[in-house]
Design a protein around this ligand. Structure first.
Ligand code: 4NP
Length: 175
């Protein structure tokens, strides 16, 4: 078995957007029968919430849509992550600046991209920070993450020549 494709999803606090993006992407990978091909992590560029569970509002939104964030504990993105991960997908342009700032030798910048580059409706290419807003902001983040994670998985599956299982037949196989 070859090395897994190492994916890191990054936001500011690692309690709202990137934990959701990780959970949704992970669940799509599992449904496609591709878990063994991926290692999926998330982190925040700040230290503000290190060790904390995901934000309650994000957990509730994820739960309603069938994704669990219960296991999540926040961590901070590090310079080592830049070397270790194959693809780093950031939620907004401020995250992009912060991550690239750690790339002192300009060795890894090519791995770092805005997550919404894969969104079929990319708007300004950023996942808006829902932390200081109301419930609608969390729903909006969910909708963006859901459709972007789908396209991201298709794109990576094509790039790495992985065969995706139809989620419906994967479900039937498990029963
Ligand atoms: P996240 O949201 O980056 O999507 O996890 C935020 C969480 C916390 C803060 C800002 C954004 N904060 O300022 O504490």
């Amino acid at each position: 078995m070859s090395d897994p494709i190492r994916i890191q999803l990054v936001c500011l606090g690692n309690i709202c957007r990137s934990p959701l993006a990780k959970a949704v992407f992970r669940d799509k990978v599992e449904a496609a029968g591709l878990d063994e091909h991926f290692e999926i992590a998330s982190s925040g560029t700040s230290h503000y919430h290190v060790g904390d569970p995901a934000d309650r509002r994000m957990r509730e939104t994820a739960d309603r849509k069938g994704h669990s964030l219960e296991e999540h504990r926040a961590s901070q993105f590090s310079e080592d992550d830049l070397a270790r991960f194959d693809h780093i997908f950031v939620m907004d342009k401020s995250n992009l600046n912060d991550v690239l700032h750690l790339d002192e030798d300009d060795a890894h910048g090519g791995k770092v991209r805005l997550f919404r580059e894969f969104d079929p409706e990319p708007d300004d290419y950023q996942v808006p920070d829902p932390y200081h807003g109301g419930r609608q902001g969390f729903e909006n983040v969910y909708d963006i993450v859901e459709r972007t994670a789908d396209m991201l998985l298709h794109q990576l599956a094509a790039e790495y020549d992985l065969i995706e299982t139809d989620p419906q037949s994967a479900e039937e196989e498990r029963e």
